[in-house]
Design a protein around this ligand. Structure first.
Ligand code: AMP
Ligand code: MG
Length: 522
């Protein structure tokens, strides 16, 4: 296995795309360029909190010099032969065009191609860039733990995502107004090293379209196709439409995966949507506990709940429409773009139906009425059923008799028994329909259990779990970060010794900051 520090960077992005001519680091509008060269800041006392051995192994790499690893992953030392840079992009935030945003606190520190895999390394929280606007370019331990653990957990769940290689404390204090109530508090600074084939976002294209800079737009589109959609060829309208179609497909699949595991991104602005269909920018995200499509963890969005769980597919489409608008100058025809967007709607509904059927252990999808899926969702909501526990229990427990089924509902519901009883008749009807379908399909029970358990995770990073790891780490104890990291390496496996994490959210976590309320200020 090769050592990470023996790799020779290929710097594809920065050698093939136009750079900002200014190399001084101050806030500015950057035109006609895809990125600005910038140096990472040296932290005062870096200390490793965790690193992903699994990711390193997947990349077929090793690291011998741990001291150097810490220095590079904290921004104190550079990769040789690579000029670090921050990317320029724009975005629609909460439905409104926000102009230039860019990597305000992310710096790409290297780019490689190794054993047929392309990947970039990016430090989040390693200091200001020309895109930092009024902010400091830093990140705090709290949000960095959340990004680090969730990126790796999502990957193990099989959800496309950017990865995280390391989590480092900087040794600096970073002031944050966590609840936007005017109270700044000094928090521990931290830096995550993210890894992905590319960090290009929808907003990367929007910025050039908004500036009517079709030349740079075309360069970026051609670059993206050449390196990341390699099966598409040329730079014709047809290629661009195929490219768009594939981004639509990937975005649709990604959102279906979020719905499958109960993940709410929280800030689906167009600058936070990856062109590769990866989950990117872990901020005020959350996991559904009591099933509620209206829920969003993001306090900034409580009023309109634009990015609520049940609206993610709709927002995906809205964001794709913005991307279509951005690509329009290269295509000059609205109709084929619209046609692809229309296919998203029907494709999503079909995919959703299929996915929910599979979660329930039903495979003759055409014969399962849509109404049954809606009834299950409505009842999960009315009964405040814990989403993860509900599907996992259905995967593993006997439920031929209604009494057995009802026992599951009682166990996974957050309601007290007297309240829950009001839902019993509805559940009876669902049980009857489910049983009749299961019988008709005749899948062998063991086979059905195996298939269900492979898509209904047992362990997810519940909001309170991340918060407990944060509280401990802020006191200097990283044990829980590691425990959760290890647990989430195998989210579909039975891990009986870890069963304390296979449980409903504890009462104390219901309204606690960090568990049910999160802000972007991180
Ligand atoms: P987000 O909603 O976290 O994706 O951030 C939106 C924009 O704000 C992006 O351009 C970020 O780079 C930028 N940003 C967020 N936090 C900071 C920070 N602490 N310093 C500089 N830029 C930031
Ligand atoms: Mg972002």
């Amino acid at each position: 296995m090769k050592d990470l520090f023996d790799l020779i960077p290929n710097a594809q992005f920065s050698s093939e795309l136009p750079a900002d001519k200014e190399e001084k680091n101050y806030n500015r509008q950057v035109e006609g360029a895809c990125y600005s060269f910038v140096e990472t800041r040296s932290p005062s006392n870096p200390e490793i909190v965790h690193s992903s051995k699994e990711l390193l192994e997947e990349l077929l790499l090793k690291v011998e010099d741990e001291e150097r690893f810490l220095k590079v992953m904290s921004g104190a030392e550079k990769f040789k032969d690579f000029k670090a840079f921050a990317m320029c992009y724009g975005g629609h935030q909460f439905g409104h065009w926000a102009g230039q945003l860019g990597d305000g606190r992310a710096i790409n520190i290297s780019e490689f191609e190794h054993e047929g895999k392309k990947f970039q390394l990016q430090l989040k929280g390693a200091g200001p860039t020309p895109y930092s606007r009024k902010a400091d370019g830093l990140a705090v331990l709290r949000s960095s733990i959340r990004e680090y653990l969730c990126s790796e957990a999502m990957h193990q769940l099989g959800v496309p995502t950017t990865r995280a290689l390391s989590l480092v404390k900087s040794g600096d204090l970073v002031p944050r107004d966590m609840l936007y109530d005017g109270n700044n508090k000094d928090e521990l600074g931290a830096i995550v090293c993210r890894v992905a084939p590319s960090f290009i976002r929808f907003g990367s294209f929007e910025i050039f379209a908004s500036r009517k800079d079709s030349a740079t737009l075309k360069e970026l589109v051609d670059y993206t196709i050449k390196h990341h959609f390699t099966h598409l060829e040329g730079s014709s309208k047809k290629t661009y439409l195929s490219f768009f179609k594939e981004v639509v497909e990937r975005t649709k699949s990604l959102i279906l995966e979020w719905q499958r595991v109960g993940f709410v991104h929280g800030v689906m602005n167009t600058d936070n949507l990856s062109i590769l269909g990866l989950t990117i920018d872990y901020g005020p995200y959350g996991w559904l506990e009591n099933y509620d499509p209206e829920w969003t963890p993001n306090t900034t969005d409580v009023q309109h709940k634009r990015y609520r769980f049940g609206n993610q597919a709709q927002i995906g489409l809205w964001n794709l429409l913005q991307l279509a608008n951005a690509l329009y100058p290269l295509i000059q025809e609205a109709e084929p773009l619209q046609k692809i967007l229309d296919e998203y709607k029907s494709g999503y509904l079909l995919g959703y139906h299929e996915m929910m059927c599979a979660k329930l252990g039903l495979y003759q999808v055409d014969l399962v009425p849509v109404k049954l899926i809606d009834e299950v969702s409505d009842q999960m909501k009315a009964s405040e059923a814990d989403m993860t526990l509900f599907f996992r229990e259905l995967s593993s427990k006997e439920m031929q008799e209604f009494e057995q089924f009802w026992k599951i509902i009682e166990e996974v519901s957050y309601l007290d028994k007297s309240e829950l009883r009001l839902q019993q008749e509805n559940w009876k009807s669902i049980h009857k329909q489910l049983m009749s379908r299961i019988k008709a399909e005749g899948v062998e029970p063991k086979e059905r259990e195996t298939r269900m358990k492979a898509i209904n995770p047992k362990y997810v990073l519940r909001n309170y779990m991340a918060q407990m790891a944060i509280d401990a780490a802020e006191r200097g104890d990283n044990g829980l970060v590691d425990e959760l990291y290890q647990l989430l390496l195998k989210p579909y496996h039975e891990q009986p010794e870890m069963d304390k994490w296979y449980a409903k959210r504890p009462e104390w976590a219901k309204h606690k900051v960090g568990c049910s309320m999160l802000s972007c200020s991180s």
